[in-house]
Design a protein around this ligand. Structure first.
Ligand code: AMP
Ligand code: ZN
Length: 114
């Protein structure tokens, strides 16, 4: 039994508001949304962070981002624009240690990020 929160969402042992899934990734709405659209895209396979990806994972990373584009379309923010965020490690602000791509949209995003 995994102790990883996002693995449990993949396994459906804890609930989530699913937005999209395919053979490699699962996407669900963030429980604490920071914008009108705030969806997380995660690989089905447990990967701790983007820093743990190997050269052989280039396809998985591309798939994750292309799934993010699909979510932007599903959520209706593809035309107005959106932001992908991958927080990595302590200084990167990562709090859940299963790789996830944030898809944020529905408002103007500030720069620089906090
Ligand atoms: P990060 O800080 O980049 O690691 O992002 C982790 C994200 O996971 C945060 O935005 C949380 O709000 C979100 N989160 C934590 N638990 C859940 C959950 N059970 N369902 C959906 N999102 C969650
Ligand atoms: Zn996991």
């Amino acid at each position: 039994m995994t102790e990883c929160l996002f693995c449990k969402i993949v396994e459906r042992t804890i609930p989530a508001a699913l937005v999209y899934e395919d053979e490699l990734v699962v996407a669900f709405d963030d429980i604490n949304p920071q914008a009108q659209t705030h969806t997380l895209v995660i690989p089905r396979r447990h990967v701790t962070s983007v820093a743990d990806l190997q050269d052989s994972d280039v396809g998985l990373l591309g798939h994750l981002m292309l799934a993010g584009n699909k979510i932007a379309k599903i959520k209706g923010v593809a035309d107005t624009g959106y932001r992908f965020v991958i927080n990595t490690g302590v200084h990167g602000g990562q709090s859940v240690f299963h790789l996830h791509l944030h898809v944020l949209g529905g408002r103007h995003m500030a720069w620089p990020p906090g």
